[in-house]
Design a binder for this molecule. Structure first.
Ligand code: PSU
Ligand code: MN
Length: 307
């Protein structure tokens, strides 16, 4: 067997490695399936610029014609955003097929973690991870993101997990799998659109330096797997807790009525909730992912200093 590289670094990311500069990975399912066009493309490009302005390098992760990409050109981001629902949403199970068939794919948190680890990028920012869905006892719908956090060595900065999920069960699952969940300056697990969830988490960190040291300790000990950094949406940008719960309940009701299943559920709920909140959920989603990118960049810089 001859060795093959499956991965292309963008020139900017390749230069960052050569110059030992910190890199932050970003996912592409949020572009293709998590937000509508053109807000998805504007947001993706803006997130990259936030990382650059803070002195690191963005590596947006996707699959194009069967090649893993760490770092995209702006035309490539535009392509993923414009073709949104027609681009396959790729999680761990889908990766081998998309590669073998030389297809395009938008990577979920799970697939982005796999590619980040392969590309040697230890810090990744997203909006909210997938988790245990409400009613999972019946549907068994548990996002592959949770298993990936259990196995793949990447720190994921997210605004907790999406409020459409069963957050209590999501935390139980992460505990069973030995995934550290670290609240950034909070002891409450954030619920994506709101800071509040009513669920406490055992660990808090006060600074990016502290988080970088925790990552280092975990991996020095050869503990396989990632870390979940739970970064609440800024106070002034959060949505009303009761109103959100009503919108989520209604969106879930409609998804059941329409028989939405499998990987279509999360994109369906996000877009329904956007409709039901007159676009306010989308604004909050953009705000929280910006906030996560700021924190991830600070963590990537601190971690780079330690290693
Ligand atoms: N965060 C967002 N919007 C999104 C997602 C995360 O703000 O669309 C995506 C992520 O890619 C995550 C996926 O991995 O939703 C979860 O999908 P599922 O529940 O089918 O595992
Ligand atoms: Mn699912």
């Amino acid at each position: 067997m001859k060795p093959v590289s499956l991965l292309d670094y963008s020139p900017e990311v390749a230069a960052a490695f050569a110059e030992n500069r910190p890199i932050v990975a970003l996912e592409s399912t949020i572009i293709a399936h998590g937000m509508p066009y053109p807000e998805n493309v504007q947001t993706a490009l803006e997130l990259e610029n936030i990382i650059r302005a803070a002195g690191a390098v963005p590596a947006t992760i996707a699959i194009l014609k069967g090649r893993l990409k760490a770092g995209l050109r702006s035309e490539e981001i535009e392509y993923l955003g414009k073709n949104g629902p027609n681009i396959t949403k790729v999680s761990r199970r889908d990766l081998p097929l998309i590669l073998a068939r030389q297809q395009d794919g938008a990577t979920t948190v799970a697939a982005t973690m796999i590619i980040s680890a392969y590309a040697k990028i230890p810090v990744f920012a997203t909006g909210g991870i997938g988790g245990v869905h409400r009613g999972a006892a019946e549907s068994m719908d548990i996002s592959a993101d949770l298993q990936e956090l259990a196995h793949t060595n990447v720190a994921v900065v997210s605004a907790g997990a999406k409020a459409i999920l069963d957050l209590a069960l999501t935390l139980e699952y992460l505990e069973t799998q030995g995934v550290p969940v670290i609240g950034y300056r909070t002891r409450e697990f954030p619920a994506f659109y709101t800071r509040k969830s009513g669920l406490s988490i055992p660990h808090t960190a006060e600074s990016p330096t502290e988080i970088a040291k925790i990552m280092q300790a975990k991996w020095q000990l050869n503990l396989q797997g990632g870390l979940l950094i739970a970064n609440p949406i800024p106070e002034a940008k959060q949505l009303d807790y009761e109103e959100m719960n009503q919108a989520i309940d209604e969106a879930i009701r409609q998804s059941k009525q329409q028989g939405i299943q499998g990987k279509a559920i999360t994109p369906f709920l996000l877009s329904k909730i956007k409709e039901l909140t007159a676009g306010r959920s989308l604004s909050a989603n953009i705000e929280l992912v910006r906030n996560n990118v700021h924190l991830a960049t600070a963590i990537a810089k601190e971690y780079q200093l330690l290693t």
